[in-house]
Design a protein around this ligand. Structure first.
Ligand code: SF4
Length: 438
């Protein structure tokens, strides 16, 4: 990378980069570096605006909603920043039984969630593949949850094959930081101390058949500009090798946690930095889902929805059994404590459309096929109609009061503009059919 070239990016060069993103082309690292180097506030406004346009071009107005379901906080690792770390002697440890996981998943499904992200800390004996397989099968067999994604420790190709065969949608794992000295300082013991084992996790997942993988860095462990560029470089390497890269990029930011031993301020990521990161992910890899976690405060999360984010968790708890009982050790402090209903209400008030869609996983739109559909702007048509159908189901089964009225009004306006085919599907839901999608 020529440093001279990127220290003072000229406006026309940045506009060329933005127009490449608007054409839904993946940016190279020199272009990403040019964006990272912009300091002009006016130019950032243009960048933010372009990120919003790119998101709308790929995914339309829909914002997908999901909830995490924490399975276990028993961990063999000692990541200095995490409340679940082995060295946190004050942590109250808990691993859900299969029945407890089903109970929490069923409760979330009854609230309207159709996609859950299962989260487990690393403990091969307690939360290894046998456990995950039993949990996934039991939730699919006994609840209305339609797709389970999994965030768990890296595993072997053989174990990934079993996880994939159980019907998991996205396998998610974050490198935390790509900066090796920082990684080594923060992860001193346990399996996670092996940087290379973690770095190769997505290759093993893809080899085992996962076409949808979720990636990220924990922002604030090292200089965010460096880690953002490294994550994009890793994503580009996967695209070059397999024809598809990450299905989602998440933007977790380091937050205080009970029992954490990390310095939260050394590489502090400000709110403005986070806005820039969301926009850069959107522009660098236009087809990806950009996921905002519950760590962030409500107002900032709402803002990020207009800067390129496309998925958001809602009503989350970050401790095992947290939906049933509060007070146990959380992985991190939650910034947005709003319920699913409140988040939906807010999304609708922003002129966006809350979506509980799971259609692509049910229809095999994944990996390279998904990437092409997104880059050809075809996915947004699926997203739009499936958002309508999933919301209709939510209105029939779960919504009450003012939110119900608001969503019904939105649906009536949308359906008036839709094809006869969609109207027929809409009526099927009114007649009691479920999981209607295109
Ligand atoms: S149509 Fe596909 S990409 Fe769009 S919201 Fe549904 S599952 Fe996601």
């Amino acid at each position: 990378m020529k440093r001279k070239e990127i220290t003072k990016p000229d406006i026309s060069r940045i506009r060329d980069v933005l127009s490449k993103s608007l054409d839904l082309q993946t940016l190279n690292l020199t272009e990403v570096s040019a964006l990272l180097d912009v300091s002009d506030k006016e130019l950032w406004l243009e960048i933010f605006d372009t990120a919003r346009l790119v998101k709308e071009k790929v995914y339309g107005r829909r914002i997908v909603l999901f909830a995490p379901l924490y399975l276990s906080n028993e961990c063999v690792n000692d990541c200095l920043y995490c409340g679940f770390r082995k060295g946190n002697k004050d942590a109250v440890r808990k691993t859900l039984t299969v029945n407890e996981a089903v109970e929490e998943a069923a409760m979330l499904a009854n609230r309207g969630y159709k996609r859950l992200l299962l989260v487990a800390s690393e403990h091969a004996k307690i939360t290894g593949i046998d456990y995950l397989e039993r949990i996934v099968n039991a939730i699919y067999d006994n609840t209305g949850v339609r797709i389970l994604h999994v965030n768990s420790a890296p595993m072997s190709v053989e174990d990934f094959r079993r996880l994939k065969a159980s019907g998991v949608g996205v396998y998610q794992c974050f490198q935390e930081t790509y900066h090796m000295p920082s990684y080594r300082h923060l992860h001193r013991t346990g399996m996670k101390a092996d940087y290379a084992w973690r770095l190769g996790v997505m290759d093993r997942a893809v080899e085992a058949g996962f076409e949808d993988v979720g990636m990220g860095v924990l922002l604030g462990l090292y200089d965010w500009r460096w880690d953002v560029a490294a994550l994009i470089a890793h994503s580009r390497r996967l695209i070059n090798k397999y024809g598809f890269g990450p299905h989602t990029l998440s933007v977790p930011r380091l937050q205080p946690a009970q029992g954490s031993a990390a310095d939260h301020l050394k590489y502090r990521v400000t709110d403005e930095d986070l806005r820039k990161i969301v926009a850069i992910y959107r522009l660098a890899l236009p087809y990806v889902g950009v996921v905002v976690s519950t760590r962030e405060p409500a107002g900032l999360r709402d803002e990020l929805l207009s800067l390129g984010a496309s998925q958001i968790s809602a009503g989350s708890k970050t401790s095992p059994w947290g939906y049933m009982k509060e007070g146990d050790t959380e992985q991190f402090e939650i910034g947005d404590t709003r319920s699913l209903e409140e988040v939906m209400e807010k999304i609708a008030s922003l002129g966006l459309m809350p979506s509980l869609c799971t259609a692509c996983y049910r229809e095999g739109r994944s990996g390279e096929r998904f990437k092409h559909l997104a880059e050809e702007t075809a996915i947004k048509n699926f997203c739009h109609e499936n958002a309508i159908l999933s919301l209709k189901e939510y209105v029939e089964d779960c919504a009450t009061g003012e939110l119900k009225e608001r969503l019904m009004k939105m649906l009536n306006e949308e359906i008036a503009k839709c094809s006869n085919g969609l109207i027929d599907k809409f009526k099927l839901i009114e007649d009691g059919k479920r999981d209607v999608h295109i």
